[in-house]
Design a binder for this molecule. Structure first.
Ligand code: MLC
Ligand code: AMP
Length: 508
């Protein structure tokens, strides 16, 4: 797209210079090898409390863990499930896997057995490093041969030998599970080079330096917290305070106690911070970033007026890490996501306005899903572009705004909910004859999951509490409906398919 770009580097959109040797782990080793005592990550560590871990200690420790994983027989390319509340141990387990050439599969610790079973079946992991309560037994039941440990990786020591940091740029590094535009969750395969390009583009665009300190309370199982927050910190050589979960008081205490310079969050977090008496503390930071869901223009304004902070909104995706960002210098325009990041090419499809992208950040395909991979890319005579399923428009100043989605997706509090997955579970409730879920606008969550239900003849329509309690064993709680609307029939098209956008709350 012929958009002006506000970045200092490569305003013509030409590929920018990624650090050599082109792998994320190689770039980290280069950045973090100097100044070993410099604080790197703060958080729960080693099961013995919360403290700062320095660069040298982190590099030594992750090399030790990589050695244990290699000694346990894990081979380059093996998948490893990694899950737990944020801690330095979790970050170290993740980094150790990457340094040993293993493929990390980050998992939401809120998943129920059926959701976890799908991942285990789909990517056939060799090992799991998990801190979540009850997961050791759960995983033993699902995959008896799986090597399971917690994120302290308490396994016999060994040498990583020549495996340490020896991966190639094109080697797979991460499987990010997402439903893409359709269907059941698929693993988006991101290489070392993809992850490096994704983190590097924001380090450049946001002028992220080793002087920065990030307060990171986003979970480390999605791109926002992991691919941007953690990977960016290690790449810039800055530091981060890790908090497990989001609590506004803890955020403000952490910002002040550790003299942080940056905060990243989803709009639901900013919605809660905007009403906090200490909101002006955000205005003292060098940078506040929002993403993963639309930041409402009125919330943006409220944060300017009450907090003195112009939050920078950006747009990303599991398959592509980060794509588009408002400028660091220059106007951060409410309701817009900005300009393609360094190295990223963006193009709007003729007719639909779907966002198509390519660049070194774009994933290689879905794990063992050649058809889904083929469908996800469009040829336009000028090469192959990844189809995001998002619809956008560009204004006269070149700012991109997201205006809709082609994919069936609800984004609640920055977490993606795939309506069909929820439909399938709710349909099993004995009082439900037909059901379809969709998102309705919510000032707190962005979108809220609502179920439209046709009850079985002669039965009362189940309440939201009934459905939540029924489905709670099968689905993580953020996917459960918060409201139910009783219907005589569901709106369907000529092919009998439910037309979700015609589902409305009574009176709206
Ligand atoms: C928690 N709940 C949610 C929810 N999160 N319900 C709907 N949507 C959500 N996102 C449930 C809880 O399980 C609980 O249910 C009830 O809501 C109240 O919980 P809470 O204490 O208020 O929620 P909290 O724990 O504070 O979590 C809210 C949150 C969290 C916003 C902090 O959802 C969060 O961390 N979201 C960020 C997700 C993220 O990192 N997204 C990035 C995706 S990457 P019950 O039944 O137990 O009472 C991506 C690419 C990109 O999209 O561009 O970045
Ligand atoms: P995920 O699959 O979890 O990576 O979610 C990616 C999706 O989140 C994108 O395809 C967008 O639909 C949405 N998204 C990310 N950032 C933004 C944003 N700033 N505004 C609106 N939607 C966003």
């Amino acid at each position: 797209m012929d958009q002006p770009r506000p970045w200092t580097e490569h305003t013509d959109g030409a590929p920018f210079d990624l650090p050599e040797p082109g792998t994320l782990v190689g770039a980290w080793a280069a950045t973090l090898s100097g100044d070993p005592d410099r604080p790197l990550l703060h958080g729960p560590w080693g099961g013995v409390g919360t403290r700062w871990v320095g660069r040298g200690e982190f590099l030594d420790h992750t090399a030790l863990l990589a050695g244990r994983l290699v000694a346990a027989g894990l081979e380059a390319g093996d998948r490893v499930l990694v899950s737990g509340p944020s801690s330095v141990d979790l970050a170290a387990a993740h980094v150790a896997c990457l340094r040993a050439g293993l493929v990390v599969v980050p998992v939401n610790g809120g998943y129920r057995e059926a959701e976890l079973a799908h991942l285990v079946r789909d990517c056939a992991p060799r090992a799991a490093l998990v801190d979540d309560d009850g997961w050791v037994d759960l995983l033993a039941g699902l995959a008896p041969d799986l090597l399971v440990a917690d994120t302290k990786v308490d396994l016999p020591d060994g040498s990583p030998g020549d495996r340490l940091d020896r991966v190639a740029p094109e080697d797979p590094a991460l499987l990010g599970y997402t439903s893409g535009t359709t269907g059941r969750p698929k693993g988006a395969v991101l290489t070392q080079a993809n992850l490096l390009a994704g983190a590097w583009s924001v380090v450049v665009a946001w002028r992220w330096t080793s002087a920065d300190r990030l307060l990171l309370c986003l979970p480390l199982f999605h791109m926002h917290g992991l691919g941007v927050g953690l990977h960016g910190t290690l790449l810039a050589g800055g530091s981060a305070v890790l908090q497990a979960g989001f609590a506004p008081d803890a955020v403000f205490d952490g910002l002040a106690d550790h003299r942080c310079s940056m905060f990243f969050g989803v709009p639901t977090m900013y919605h809660r911070l905007a009403d906090h008496p200490r909101v002006t503390d955000l205005g003292a930071l060098r940078l506040c970033v929002a993403g993963s869901a639309p930041l409402a223009a009125d919330l943006h304004h409220r944060l300017v007026v009450k907090g003195g902070v112009a939050v920078l909104e950006r747009y990303g995706m599991t398959e592509t890490v980060m794509l588009v960002s408002n400028p660091f210098d220059g106007e951060r325009r409410p309701g817009a996501v900005g300009f393609p990041l360094p190295g990223v090419e963006v193009h709007l499809a003729e007719g639909t306005g779907e966002v198509l992208v390519r660049g070194p950040n774009v994933f290689t395909g879905y794990w063992e899903r050649p058809e889904a991979t083929a469908e996800a890319f469009a040829e336009d005579g000028d090469g192959s572009w990844f189809r995001t399923g998002d619809l956008a428009a560009v204004d006269s100043d070149g700012y991109l705004s997201l205006v809709g989605r082609m994919k069936e997706l609800i984004i609640s509090g920055g977490l993606n909910v795939y309506p069909r997955e929820v439909d399938d579970v709710l349909a099993g409730h004995p009082a439900v004859a037909e059901v379809a879920v969709a998102g309705v606008p919510s000032s707190e969550w962005g979108e809220e999951v609502v179920a439209w239900v046709v009850p079985v003849d002669g039965r009362e329509c189940p309440t939201a509490a009934d459905l939540r309690s029924y489905a709670g064993d099968h689905l993580a709680s953020y996917k459960l409906p918060r409201q139910v609307v009783a219907m005589d029939s569901l709106p369907r098209n000529a092919l009998g398919k439910v037309v979700r956008h015609e589902l409305r709350l009574p009176g709206s």
